[in-house]
Write a protein that binds this ligand. Structure first.
Ligand code: CA
Length: 237
């Protein structure tokens, strides 16, 4: 492992990025690009040392490769997420909706398929860091008897606590910040997943189903309604 430290001349020290990638060529390519942008960059060559490094030197964001020797990226992602709310961007050679869903369910915040351009990677990293900054000022959003704490990412229906995965939380937050507004599938894709899953994906339906299962127990009224052919809306019955 090596740890580089560089900030663009005269600017404030940048956010800390940890790259976990065993392929030398790609690790260097990403490291150079990030350092040029003023980030403070460290590189780990396998999952185990990446986890150790993140524990001792908590980064602001982790760029995590899926294919790693030993612990694979998915397992590293789960362990990172269990330990902290650090932003995680996964790199993968796979381009399959199921794999993406698996990565997101493991707690990754975003996902980039190789080969990618450094400009795209930097744009994704900046977007994730902006989101993380916003999320650091918690508030409680309310709609009817549903409450969502943006600090703990927990929801409450009346007094009943509801635990949410990362993507369930982001989807519910989107609905709760836009009550009684019809959200199209495109808007939901863009705001929650940040990139295009492709037209045939049913990922929104899947996650709406998860949210309904969690928020409509014991005869509680439906709050997330389907608008056929368009998208979804959060509203009273
Ligand atoms: Ca790799």
């Amino acid at each position: 492992m090596k740890a580089g430290d560089a900030a663009k001349g005269g600017t404030m020290a940048g956010e800390r990025i940890l790259i976990i990638e065993d392929e030398e060529r790609i690790a260097q390519f990403v490291e150079r690009g990030m350092i040029y942008e003023g980030f403070r960059v460290s590189v780990a060559r396998d999952g185990k040392s990446g986890l150790d490094f993140a524990r001792d030197n908590p980064p602001d964001l982790v760029i995590l490769d899926w294919m790693l020797p030993g612990l694979d990226g998915l397992e590293v992602c789960k362990r990172l997420r269990a330990a902290s709310g650090v932003a995680i961007l996964m790199l993968t050679a796979k381009d399959d909706v199921r794999d993406r869903v698996e990565g997101l369910e493991a707690g990754a915040d975003d996902h980039l398929v190789k080969p990618f351009s450094i400009d795209e990677l930097i744009a994704r990293v900046r977007a994730l860091l902006r989101r993380a900054t916003k999320a650091s000022q918690p508030e409680v959003l309310r709609f009817v008897d549903l409450a969502l704490d943006t600090g703990t990412h927990r929801a409450f229906r009346d007094k009943r606590a509801i635990d949410l995965t990362t993507k369930e939380y982001e989807l519910l937050e989107l609905f709760m910040r836009n009550p009684r507004q019809v959200l199209t599938r495109d808007v939901i894709f863009d705001r929650v997943w940040g990139y295009d899953f492709g037209g045939e994906s049913n990922i929104i339906e899947v996650y709406v189903r998860y949210l309904r299962q969690k928020t409509e127990q014991e005869g509680e009224n439906r709050l997330i309604h389907t608008v056929r052919g368009v998208g979804y809306v959060m509203r009273e019955e």
